[in-house]
Design a protein around this ligand. Structure first.
Ligand code: ADP
Ligand code: MG
Length: 322
């Protein structure tokens, strides 16, 4: 389809595929979706800016994956089922090979999660990607950040630190072997959103968040909104084999507890849910690890062998130092 207009050509060529879930997809002034009865619509947006959220030399296919993955992760953290995505693209130039690879990364992940791209916007400017995701969650059943209670356990899915270790390596703060870097950087570029886990935790978790800014910072958000504090035991924080090799030096430890970009879920649950949560590990084949406890008071304290541990940096803050 050619309109003789480069913007329309770009959209028609790269971002117009049938939207199985929508009443009306790309092409009109707005998309139309049919939200089921008894469901709340869950909506979230994430923007990624070149140089801030990704290295400018990133493989566009990885970037397409990541732009959608970080949004799917927000649906996971709410316990929502994602269905619809919007893509706002700001591009410095029109590079069809780049766009083709980007679209492949995006659509491949979308297909894996049965998500339809139903619209967006395309503009010229510094490379910036904004994805809006929408999904459904049974009315009143969404996992929120504000439900943690004193005495609850704190859990983390998978393991944390690899993505931040790859970034720290790129910045010369830690040195990974070539093989470790190659593996860790894939966690950075192609995170696995924990969508099935989020939905399975409905009615079980009292609060949940996805780890985008760092374990301590994101757990801190749960604490602040729930009006509680937390104690985390360093020895229990799950790390990969790569993480284990770097957890004993300062910058490595900082990457593990304060580095972002892992997109694992951190959630809280009462002690009587331990068995059901352990069962989820088997059903979903995702490690789930208990790392600490919610306490009365405020703030997150990190401990090792019962003594407080101080770590440099508490997670990524876009406006710190401004
Ligand atoms: P409008 O003039 O209403 O802003 P546009 O010309 O921006 O419409 O977009 C035309 C159609 O293409 C709309 O349905 C819009 O949602 C869709 N669209 C634009 N950019 C993208 C994109 N990057 N990805 C997916 N759909 C897009
Ligand atoms: Mg527009």
């Amino acid at each position: 389809m050619t309109h003789g207009n480069p913007e329309f050509d770009l959209i028609a060529r790269h971002f117009t595929r049938p939207a199985a879930n929508a009443v009306l997809g790309v092409g009109d002034d707005a998309a139309l979706v049919d939200v089921s009865n008894g469901m709340d619509l869950a909506v979230s947006t994430d923007t990624m800016v070149s140089g801030t959220h990704f290295f400018p030399d990133v493989d566009p296919e990885n970037l397409g994956h990541k732009a959608l993955a970080v949004n799917l992760s927000d649906m996971a953290a709410m316990g929502a089922m994602p269905y619809w995505a919007m893509l706002a693209l700001t591009l410095p130039t029109v590079d069809h090979a780049w766009l083709e690879a980007f679209a492949k990364g995006f659509y491949d992940l979308a297909a894996e999660f049965n998500v339809s791209l139903i619209g967006g916007d395309t503009t010229r400017g510094p490379l910036t990607l904004t994805v809006t995701i929408m999904g459904e969650v049974p009315a009143g059943a969404a996992l929120r950040r504000n439900g943690a209670k004193a005495g609850n356990d704190i859990w983390v899915s998978g393991n944390v630190g690899d993505a931040a270790l790859a970034v720290a390596h790129r910045h010369g703060k830690v040195v990974l072997s070539e093989e470790d870097y190659r593996e860790a950087v894939m966690r950075l570029y192609e995170p696995t959103p924990r969508v099935a886990l989020g939905q399975a935790l409905r009615g079980m978790a009292t609060a949940a968040i996805d780890i985008s800014d760092g374990l301590l910072a994101d757990l801190g958000h749960i604490c602040r909104l729930s009006g509680v504090g937390a104690t985390v035991d360093l020895a229990y924080i799950p790390v990969s084999a790569i993480g284990a090799r770097h957890s004993h030096d300062g910058p490595g430890l900082t990457a593990i507890v304060a580095g972002g970009d892992d997109y694992e879920l951190c959630f809280t649950a009462p002690a009587n849910a331990r068995e059901s949560i352990a069962d989820l590990t088997d059903v979903l084949n995702i490690p789930l690890t208990r790392i600490g406890q919610i306490k009365r008071g405020k703030g997150v304290s990190l401990q090792a062998e019962g003594k407080p541990v101080k770590v440099d940096g508490r997670g990524y803050d876009h406006f710190s130092g401004t």
